[in-house]
Design a protein around this ligand. Structure first.
Ligand SMILES: [Mn+2]
Length: 240
């Protein structure tokens, strides 16, 4: 049987035309499901849930993709909210932190995308720069306005890392984030940086763990970039 890959959904309160109240929506970019199917997995979308329900997802999925979305609430990495943090959704944060913790306990594989990398870093007690302007070395455009299927930066990947074995020691990536890792979570290894030093990928493949996370969006590039597709085929392999 093909591995079942859970994809976390965003939790958005959307105002509907003729609906009297804002409606909570469990929504996620469809490209991720397409990538999982093409890579040989069965995608299922996981709604935001209270802690115990979120943990129970780990019983039914073989692998997890943490998708992009709102800023992680700084309370989850021990900080007050600074002026330039955007919208946060603590319910989603708690749901994803609980589920990811359970996946890690079960030694099941995780792929973090964008915010997903930041959730993983928070789970391992790291911190974020709450805005690019708080990271003094930033000079690259990390919130590209070019369509996301196009790469706008080249990042280096650490020789000998799991990620380098997978896609090589350099990758052309897109970029759409205004927060980034500051202090790296305990047990995570930084394996990719942009030319301005911004952390672009972390991994932990030791002690039975199977965690890889990227700050960029491979789901928008996999159709034209075979190395980005490998992030998904690798997750499916790790989930078997
Ligand atoms: Mn970037």
């Amino acid at each position: 049987m093909k591995p079942i890959i859970g994809i976390t959904a965003d939790y958005i309160f959307e105002v509907k035309g003729n609906y009297p109240n804002p409606m909570p929506m469990d929504l996620v970019a469809g490209n991720i499901s397409i990538a999982v199917r093409q890579a040989g997995g069965i995608p299922i979308i996981l709604p935001t849930a209270p802690e115990e329900a979120a943990r129970s997802y780990a019983d039914i999925i073989d692998g997890l993709i943490l998708s992009g979305g709102y800023d992680v609430d700084p309370s989850f990495y021990g900080q007050d909210t600074r002026a330039l943090t955007g919208i946060t959704c603590p319910e989603r944060d708690l749901s994803e932190l609980s589920l990811t913790d359970e996946m890690v306990k079960k030694n099941k594989p995780v792929l973090g995308i964008c915010r997903g990398l930041q959730i993983i870093n928070s789970l391992f007690k790291g911190t974020l720069h709450q805005d690019l302007s708080y990271y003094k070395d930033a000079y690259l455009k990390h919130q590209q306005e070019t369509p996301m299927k196009h790469a706008t930066q080249k990042v280096s990947i650490k020789a000998g890392s799991y990620l380098a074995d997978l896609i090589g020691e350099e990758a052309a990536i897109n970029s759409l984030h205004h927060q980034l890792i500051n202090e790296v979570g305990e047990g995570l290894e930084v394996v990719s940086r942009a030319k301005d030093g911004a952390v672009e990928a972390v991994e932990c493949m030791e002690d039975g763990r199977s965690i890889l996370a990227v700050q960029w969006h491979p789901e928008d590039m996999f159709e034209t970039d075979e190395s980005q597709m490998r992030l998904f085929t690798d997750l499916i392999e790790r989930s078997k």
